[in-house]
Design a protein around this ligand. Sequence first.
Ligand code: ADP
Ligand code: ASP
Ligand code: MG
Length: 412
Amino acid sequence: MSLIVQKYGGSSVATPELIRQVARRALDAKNQGHQIVVVLSAMKGETDRLLALASRMHPQPSPREVDQLLATGELTTASLFALACQTYGERAKSFSGLQAGIQTDNRHQRARIVNIDAARLRSELAKGRLVAVAGFQGATAGGDVTTLGRGGSDTTAVALAVALKADACEIYTDVEGIYTTDPGVCDRARKMDRISFEEMMELASLGAKVMEIRSVEFAMNYNMPIHVRHAHLPGAGTLICEEDTDMEKKPVVGVAYSKNEARITLLKVSDQPGTAAKILGIISASGIVVDMIIQNQSANIDPNSGEPHTDFSFTVPLSDYPKALELMRDTAAEIGAERIVGTDNIAKISLVGVGMRNHAGVAAQMFQALAREGINISLISTSEIKISCIIEKKYTELAVRALHDAFELHQA
Ligand code: ADP
Ligand code: ASP
Ligand code: MG
């Protein structure tokens, strides 16, 4: 008998009828002789609705109360799912994150799982029950409810699969697997049969929201393969697993994009040792994570002071942009910057592939493809298995398609 953890995402459980359908699917798997744990997301739009309600009640709702509120979204689906199973005669039971033994740290709204005591779930499974767990949530050692960050039900599923030593972890969603790029943006996107943990982690961190990044990190650390499939269609889906020799040999396997960043530029900062450290020190002291950084080569001498100066740009998450801009404006004099400018009219577009390690020229080909469309690049960053460019937001979809074509990703 195998133990399978299945997770159903928000759009897959958007209506009572869809919840009934996924309950049927989970029961079919159980009837094939498996033990089944099902992790449920909130119904599509519910988390956003709850967040909006909290904001209407208080301009800056406290993170503890937000978590208390958001957790109800997943609780609702888990109970409805258990009820749907019961209409089919199955003695299913639903559990909150706390009841499922998921302990987290106390960073509300972005908590990390620190321990799972799966004894309760194990004993319910041993009684032959189908177990439904509310995703996206846990509780601190003191019993306060926490949530794991947007998309966090994926993490619940993988963490439970690891804790229960499951034989399979299946993520059911509204697309048929992992594609070469977002199929909602590029109709030539191709579903892959397999992708490595490493590549999936890059794609997720660069904006492909199909898998939440921490869930992939967890799966990679514990070598738990993830099977991504469509919730309401048959089909083999995509296996996210360790890199092997059968995997795609192309230098690039996927294109990701993100509209969730903003750029801040400090004009005419004094070009002296310690300037970058000072700027980034101020930003990181307030808990903001800087992504891309660029400093122009210093060529200019300030006519007044006779000192060399340069321009310094960096990107931050969109949600931290107002705070980061304010911090820079407040400390412009201290940093020695003449002017601070910022924009959120940017997008980050990235190519990912472990094959890049052994291929030269991927960056040049990327820049040429963007140039052919008249798309200007304002920042570039590279690592061993990815290249990212910042471009103007309005060109995002055009850039995705142009790069997908340039690297012939529609062909296996
Ligand atoms: P769920 O509600 O099931 O968690 P999400 O909305 O979080 O689903 O993720 C699924 C969506 O991710 C898809 O509808 C698709 O638009 C988007 N997506 C972005 N990049 C990719 C990709 N490379 N492959 C598949 N889907 C992708
Ligand atoms: N409901 C949460 C969200 O919308 C978690 C999830 O769906 O995974 O982000
Ligand atoms: Mg998701």
